[in-house]
Design a protein around this ligand. Structure first.
Ligand code: 0RA
Length: 640
């Protein structure tokens, strides 16, 4: 058998694809090139990669069920009822298909024409990458009534494929793998990270049933949505007031591209940035041609509709006016997607823009003509948005003229750092004056700046620009960051590449953190996308025995320490707030780069926080009740 991998010629279009020419050794040598990183994100990437293969089967109509099991021994098992990886001997290589798929980079494409397969970005690197980065991997294939098995260690087969019996039930593939501790910083899977992605995949692929089970904790979730992205919009808008009850939904196909859109307008939401674009199941957070096509289609169609029925009151309506309060999912599936941008999360295929735009033009117009009440309500809302925007712009002009947002005019409360290099500089946004005081004393003033928050932070979801800019706390954040705002916002101008939110570990702290997330998410999303936003993780307990003092950050660490130390003579202090730590303790536990734990905030974290927040704070009592019941356990963990 030669060592030359099978390569789809089409994927050799530029140098960053040259990696596919190397063998699996290259993957073990430079894992980050294939899975982004070897931290917790890279670890979960392994599961996503296997699941993506099952999803490919589902997209082609061969699979309607995927089960993911996190097992006691630390391995992960993914079971699908797809066609099963081919087992017949490949004529060119003289080895079974499944062995080639597992040991050669990008060996999927040669077998079939998986037209919607993801073949760019970090996804779609191939299941062989998972094999290369696993201490061991077992694959079972059910195909043509037979059951096959093969086992690998660190990417190398330890035995030939064997037929081990009759396949019970349908065809399919089961991949079980143990992430290699030689490669990964951590090998413990996080149920919640996987849960989020599995839910998203179930929304995007209607009818598909995905289960996720953690055998260690007994946690189990099932995701299955017959309504697909329609239910996704309902989920995102849960607890909010809508302009029209039923979700606007349409789908179409053009030139082999599937386009599917679900949308609903909210009444009390003024954001224009609630449009979520997906391409081949990837949340393209940087947008791309499908998003621009949707926006153009939406603006043109609604403008035309308003004109046709004389609804526009001679006001010049803009795209922003039509997007205000809109929640939408744009879901496209296309052959050979090109992912571009800083994080490869931007769809580049130029033909998609026109396709999406014309599908929206046709289908949305039909919908509006069939539902004139909804149509009129949307135009009315856009008119209100246009008027309010004018007023807000004037207010902003005024604020700017007064110089309130300029970084030259740094807020008085800010204790800035001396190093002017944004790459080195950190900004701590701290809840409360007393914690702010400790942080100022405890910090390394060379690279750490402190901004204490005193008053309430406004809920930016429910306020237009002018109201928001009246809020002192928001103004001081904007001027400390130096990025400018709204149309003048420029992420390149940011004065700190680490912006760290530091709040108490209680419900109020969680609330403030959510308000800040929402602010960054709504108005400075590139800050999150570039990975500049973090949460500090203060310790939960200080545990003392004799002269020894240890800080622990969660219940598990506490239990481990007490198992080690025993409980005799041991004193345990639970930190209720940051203010209880003196400056030295705050530095050592939460601010010292050598000791602290920082959690990077992702766009998905912000979306989820925002949703939970609406449910908790919205007018509806029922969802709040349900949420509290569902999360009773977590809630007590937050504030015992
Ligand atoms: C190569 C070719 C075919 C399917 C697969 C790979 C495949 C891989 C995985 C990984 C997990 N589940 C999977 N299911 C399928 C095409 C099979 C055919 O043409 O019959």
């Amino acid at each position: 058998m030669t060592d030359e991998p099978i390569v789809d010629k089409k994927s050799l279009y530029d140098s960053d694809k040259i990696k596919v020419l190397e063998g699996l050794n290259a993957v073990r040598k430079r894992p980050s090139m294939y899975i982004g990183s070897t931290d917790i994100n890279g670890l979960h990437h392994l599961v996503h990669e296997v699941v993506d293969n099952s999803i490919d089967e589902a997209m082609e109509g061969y699979c309607d069920r995927i089960d993911i099991i996190l097992r006691e021994d630390g391995s992960a098992k993914v079971i699908d009822n797809g066609r099963g990886i081919p087992v017949s001997v490949h004529p060119q290589y003289g080895r079974p298909g499944v062995e080639i798929v597992m040991t050669k980079l990008h060996a999927g494409g040669k077998f079939d024409s998986k037209s919607y397969k993801v073949s760019g970005g970090l996804h779609g690197v191939g299941v062989s990458v998972v094999n290369a980065l696993s201490k061991w991997l077992e694959v079972e294939v059910r195909r043509e009534g037979k059951l096959y098995r093969q086992i690998f260690e660190r990417g190398k087969s330890t035995m030939d494929l064997e037929e081990i019996g009759q396949a019970k039930g349908s065809s399919g593939t089961t991949v079980t793998f143990m992430p290699d501790p030689e490669i990964f910083e951590t090998t413990e899977f996080d149920f919640n990270i996987l849960k989020r992605r599995m839910r998203e995949l179930a929304f995007l692929n209607k009818g598909l049933r995905i289960t996720l089970e953690d055998e260690k904790t007994g946690n189990k979730e099932e995701f299955h949505y017959e309504g697909g992205i329609k239910e996704f919009v309902e989920y995102l808008n849960e607890g909010k007031d809508y302009l029209h009850r039923s979700i606007i939904y349409f789908k179409d196909r053009m030139d082999g591209v599937h386009v599917e859109i679900a949308m609903q307008y909210l009444t009390e939401s003024y954001t224009t940035r609630n449009i979520y674009p997906f391409a081949n199941n990837i949340h393209t957070v940087e947008g791309g041609t499908h998003l621009t096509g949707f926006r153009a289609g939406l603006t043109n169609t609604l403008k035309k509709y308003a004109g046709q029925y004389n609804l526009s009151e001679d006001i010049d309506l803009t795209g922003d006016d039509f997007r205000e309060g809109l929640t939408a999912i744009v879901n496209v599936k296309l052959p050979e997607p090109q992912f571009e941008g800083q994080t490869k999360m931007k769809l580049g295929n130029s033909d998609i823009r026109g396709i999406v735009q014309s599908i929206v033009g046709e289908q949305l117009m039909t919908f509006l003509e069939e539902n004139p009440k909804i149509g009129e309500a949307i135009i009315e809302k856009a008119l209100m948005a246009a008027k309010a925007r004018r007023a807000a712009r004037k207010a902003k002009e005024l604020t700017r003229r007064k110089g309130l947002l300029e970084s030259l005019d740094l807020p008085g409360k800010l204790a800035d750092c001396s190093n002017p290099d944004p790459k080195k500089a950190e900004l701590y946004i701290v809840e409360g004056d007393s914690a702010g005081g400790s942080a100022k004393q405890g910090r390394d003033r060379n690279f750490q700046a402190i901004l204490p928050l005193r008053g309430k932070i406004i809920n930016v979801e429910k306020a237009r620009l002018d109201k928001m800019l009246e809020n002192k706390e928001i103004r001081s954040i904007i001027s400390a960051l130096g990025t400018g705002f709204d149309e003048e916002f420029d992420a390149d101008e940011v004065r700190y590449h680490k912006i760290i939110i530091m709040t108490d570990a209680d419900v109020d702290g969680a609330h403030i953190r959510t308000l800040l997330f929402t602010f960054f998410y709504r108005y400075m999303r590139p800050i999150i996308e570039r990975g500049y936003l973090y949460m500090a993780q203060p310790p939960l307990y200080k545990i003392r025995r004799g002269g020894a003092v240890k800080h622990v950050y969660n219940e598990k660490e506490k239990k481990e320490l007490l198992d080690d130390w025993g409980t005799r003579g041991v004193s345990i202090q639970r930190y209720k707030g940051l203010g209880e730590m003196n400056p030295k303790e705050l530095w050592e536990t939460t601010m010292d780069p050598d000791n602290r734990i920082l959690a990077q905030v992702t766009v998905d974290d912000a979306v989820e926080a925002d949703r939970l927040f609406s449910i908790l704070m919205g007018k509806d009592v029922q969802p709040r009740k349900e949420f509290i019941q569902e999360n009773a356990k977590c809630a007590t963990n937050i504030d015992v």
